[in-house]
Design a protein around this ligand. Structure first.
Ligand SMILES: [Zn+2]
Length: 106
């Protein structure tokens, strides 16, 4: 699964909250074990930060929350369309990703 989406990819958000659906963004980080990715400017959550030190104000921090990979679709850099990803395996076992729309190696 983690093969399909990588860091630096551009992805389309398929589902999620109304605000993010249909958005595109750059993948900042992928967590293969969780099958989630952090996408730039997508799925912001607000965290309330508490501090023990009364002289420092606690605050609200917004940051991107991970999005399940199943909700992301890769945008092919060649044809610029959201696409499914195929894999091409070479004789030496190395793999490249293939855009199923235009068959370009990604
Ligand atoms: Zn393509």
């Amino acid at each position: 699964m983690s093969f399909r989406i990588r860091k630096e990819d551009r992805v389309l958000i398929l589902t999620g909250n109304a605000k993010d659906k249909g958005k595109t963004g750059k993948v900042l980080r992928v967590s293969p074990s969780q099958e989630k990715a952090i996408v730039e400017n997508v799925n912001f959550i607000t965290q309330h930060k508490r501090t023990r030190d009364p002289s420092k104000p606690g605050g609200r921090v917004t940051r991107e929350a991970p999005v399940p990979l199943s909700k992301l679709m890769l945008i092919c850099p060649k044809c610029n369309r959201p696409t499914r990803v195929g894999a091409k395996v070479f004789e030496d076992g190395s793999k490249v990703r293939i855009c199923k729309k235009c068959n370009a190696e990604i």
